[in-house]
Design a protein around this ligand. Structure first.
Ligand SMILES: NC(=O)c1ccc[n+]([C@@H]2O[C@H](COP(=O)([O-])OP(=O)(O)OC[C@H]3O[C@@H](n4cnc5c(N)ncnc54)[C@H](O)[C@@H]3O)[C@@H](O)[C@H]2O)c1
Length: 353
């Protein structure tokens, strides 16, 4: 797949085994940044030949998604005979992608960068779109740029070692893309959910391709998030609040899955959407949300505050992306606090232990 970009066009390829990954690692020039956990898991199979002076390891923690880590990577690359045409290859999920994308963007005003997503979430969603985001103080994703990699190489074999929480988090974004397409997307999930939960690779590849194709249509039309791309934030207003108010113990894609339930409940109470679609969607989403008793994790006031402070908010009212009767996405800017409370209560009830 080729992604057209105003910055530079780039390619996304899906490979079935580790051969292409090994070939990438054996290249002479690159500097590697690898998620520490991924490095440990695949050391013997993939990474043992990388010399330490060409390697930087990062623990995939939100507290490491900072400008300091990005600068440390730049510094580590200076220790090598890196020139402006040097190349960075990174392996990991969205955290490693965000940090390395930012570093690749600022070093020499932009170096060559290849990203190998090792989480389902990064493969089906974040690897395209070119956003690099860093946390600053208590603000999530406050600093950032647009800088796409020159190539993305997806190898679904990596997903076999994801723990259930991280795998299901990836499914949260897969479900989001499908539900955004309306009834047909929901029917597909209902048909395939058992196989998706069983990590059927062939099926998963199909879902990654359709998720990326769906996102591609938005980012190519509105790369810099000024208009139609905002629709991709469906469920994210609530999702970011779940991440923040749970102190990031709820992972991104799971928070998005919870956010879909909230958004659909608001749509339902406004008479914008049919109950059948809401109930059937919830039945699917609740199979990938393993968290229970989240009311003990989440302070409602912090949750509401996080929605108000979300950096995507603009104007006086509270914005959210909702679905209407035709299952089309609409932006509203009059979300009420009572609607947030009502949605939360329904979700809390669903997730009772
Ligand atoms: N830039 C964007 O467009 C964009 C879009 C969506 C999300 N994000 C960001 O992505 C981050 C979340 O990323 P994520 O969900 O991909 O995960 P992650 O990078 O947070 O990693 C989750 C966990 O999975 C582990 N892991 C990674 N690959 C593994 C593998 N193959 N086997 C076993 N364990 C593995 C990591 O070590 C970590 O413990 C958030 O910071 C979010 O803000 C960015």
């Amino acid at each position: 797949m080729k992604i057209l970009s105003n910055i530079k066009d780039y390619t996304v390829d899906i490979v079935t085994g580790f051969d292409e990954i090994k070939a990438l690692i054996e290249l002479e020039d690159p500097f590697f940044v690898v998620d520490q956990k991924v490095y440990n898991l695949y050391f013997h199979e993939l990474f043992n030949k990388i010399p330490t002076k060409k390697l930087y390891l990062v623990d995939a923690l939100e507290t490491n998604k900072t400008i300091d880590t990005a600068l440390l990577i730049c510094e580590a690359m200076l220790g090598n005979p890196s020139k402006r045409n040097s190349r960075l290859i990174s392996f990991g999920g969205g955290i490693i992608q965000d940090i390395t994308g930012f570093a690749a963007n600022i070093l020499y005003r932009g170096i060559r960068w290849t990203f190998v997503p090792t989480t389902l979430l990064a493969a089906c969603d974040s690897c395209i779109g070119g956003k690099t985001s860093l946390n600053y103080k208590s603000y999530k994703n406050l600093l950032g740029t647009f800088y796409p990699p020159e190539s993305v190489l997806i190898c679904p074999s990596f997903f076999n070692t994801l723990d259930e929480m991280d795998y299901n988090s990836g499914l949260g974004e897969v479900f989001k893309f499908n539900l955004m397409t309306g009834e047909n997307g929901l029917i597909n999930i209902e048909k395939d959910i058992a196989a998706l939960l069983a990590r059927d690779t062939k099926l998963l590849v199909g879902y990654i391709e359709t998720s990326l194709a769906y996102k591609k249509s938005y980012i190519e039309e509105d790369e810099f998030d000024l208009g139609i791309r905002k629709h991709l934030n469906f469920a994210h207003t609530f999702g970011h609040a779940f991440e923040t108010s749970s102190n990031f113990t709820i992972p991104h894609g799971t928070a998005v899955a919870m956010g879909i339930i909230m958004a659909n409940r608001v749509s339902l109470s406004r008479g914008l959407i049919d109950k059948d679609f809401v109930v059937r969607s919830e039945k699917m989403l609740l199979q990938i949300i393993k968290h229970r008793n989240i009311e003990s994790l989440i302070c409602v006031d912090v949750f509401v505050d996080a929605i108000k402070k979300d950096k995507k908010q603009s104007g006086d009212g509270i914005n959210a992306i909702l679905m209407n009767k035709e299952l089309q996405l609409i932006i509203v800017n009059d979300l009420k606090i009572e609607e947030i409370h009502e949605g939360l209560n329904i979700l809390f009830e669903h997730l009772k232990g």
